[in-house]
Design a protein around this ligand. Structure first.
Ligand code: SIN
Length: 283
C-alpha cells in the first residue's frame, strides 16, 4: 500500500513511519513560498497519513504562519497568550524546573469548542537530549475496528467535552498562571462518531483529555462505555511515535487523530511554536 501511495506524489518524498498513521515528508522547504501543486500534494498526504513530519526546517514565526495559511485559517488558542510579536503562534514550553507538560494526556485539540480546530502545526525550537516524543493515534481505525453492534450504539450518541476536565486542565495551569490568565469553563457537545468533511470516513471523536460524559447520561452512567473507548482508541497498533529534532514540524489532523506528548524529560527544556488551524462544527 505504501509503495502505491508513494507513487502518487510527484513533488514530495513521502515515507510512512508506521502502519496506522504518520509520514515523514522530504524534498520541500516549507519556509519558502510554495507552488499550488506542492501545497495540493501536502494536503493529499495529510489526508492519507493524518500526521505529517518535516525535518530540518528553518522557520521564523512569520514563516510558520505563512505556511499554515496555505493549509487553513490560523486561530488563537483559547485561554493562552501567543507570542507578543505574532499572537497566532502559541509557545508550548516546559522549563527545567517544571514537572507538568502542556497537553500531556491523549486528546484531540480543544474539543470543548463549538468548532474544534481542523489541525495543528507544532515546530520544534529546543528539544531535550532524550524524551519529549509525541504519540499519535488513528481514530478512523479506532472506529472501524469496533463491532457493527457497538458502532451502531455509538452512532447516535453525543459526547460532552469540557475544558476543565481535571487531568487535562492541570497540564495548562502553569501556562495560565504565567500569562496571568484564569481558566474558565468551555463546553462543546459533539457526535461521538464524526464524519471527516474531506475524506467522508467516520472517526471516533471522544478523548480522555476532554470528554466527560454522553449527553443525556450522567458521568457515572457514561463511565463504563467511555473507559472502554479511551483505552481502545489508543491501542498500540493504531499509533505512531515521533522523535523530534530542532527544526522538525508536525502537522496533524485533529478530526481523525489524537496526540499525547510524553513527559519523560524532567530537568530539560522543550520549546515549541504552535499554530492552530480553525475547523468546522463536527457532524
Ligand atoms: C499539544 O497538545 O499541542 C502539545 C503537543 C506536544 O507538545 O508535542
Amino acid at each position: 500500500m505504501n509503495d502505491y501511495k508513494r507513487r502518487r506524489y510527484k513533488h514530495l518524498d513521502v515515507a510512512p513511519v508506521a502502519g496506522a498513521l504518520g509520514a515523514e515528508i522530504a524534498g520541500v522547504d516549507i519556509s519558502r513560498p510554495l507552488e499550488d501543486s506542492v501545497v495540493a500534494e501536502i494536503r493529499r498526504a495529510f489526508l492519507d497519513y493524518l500526521v505529517l513530519f518535516f525535518h530540518g526546517q528553518k522557520l521564523t514565526p512569520q514563516a510558520q504562519l505563512a505556511f499554515a495559511r496555505r493549509l487553513g485559517e490560523p486561530m488563537e488558542y483559547p485561554q493562552l497568550k501567543g507570542l507578543p510579536e505574532c499572537p497566532l503562534i502559541t509557545p508550548v514550553v516546559k522549563l527545567e524546573h517544571e514537572r507538568v507538560n502542556f497537553g500531556g494526556i491523549w486528546h484531540s485539540d480543544t474539543t470543548y469548542l463549538e468548532r474544534p480546530p481542523m489541525a495543528s502545526m507544532l515546530y520544534a525550537i529546543e528539544i531535550p537530549p532524550y524524551g519529549g516524543d509525541t504519540l499519535f493515534a488513528n481514530q478512523y481505525l479506532a472506529y472501524e475496528t469496533l463491532s457493527d453492534a457497538y458502532r451502531k450504539l455509538l452512532d447516535g450518541l453525543i459526547g460532552v467535552n469540557s475544558s476543565l476536565k481535571a487531568d487535562a486542565s492541570r497540564t495548562r495551569e502553569d501556562r495560565l498562571r504565567a500569562a496571568g490568565l484564569e481558566s474558565k469553563v468551555l463546553v462543546g457537545e459533539h457526535p461521538v462518531v464524526r464524519t471527516h468533511p474531506e475524506t467522508g470516513r467516520k472517526a471516533l471523536f471522544v478523548n480522555i483529555g476532554h470528554t466527560t460524559h454522553f449527553k443525556g447520561l450522567s458521568e457515572d452512567e457514561s463511565r463504563p462505555l467511555l473507559e472502554y473507548l479511551f483505552q481502545h482508541q489508543v491501542r498500540p497498533e493504531f499509533t505512531c511515535r515521533f522523535r523530534w529534532q530542532p527544526g522538525s514540524l508536525a502537522f496533524w489532523d485533529n478530526r481523525c487523530a489524537q496526540h499525547n506528548p510524553v513527559n519523560d524529560y524532567h530537568g530539560f527544556r522543550r520549546i515549541m511554536h504552535r499554530v492552530t488551524l480553525a475547523g468546522e462544527r463536527p457532524h
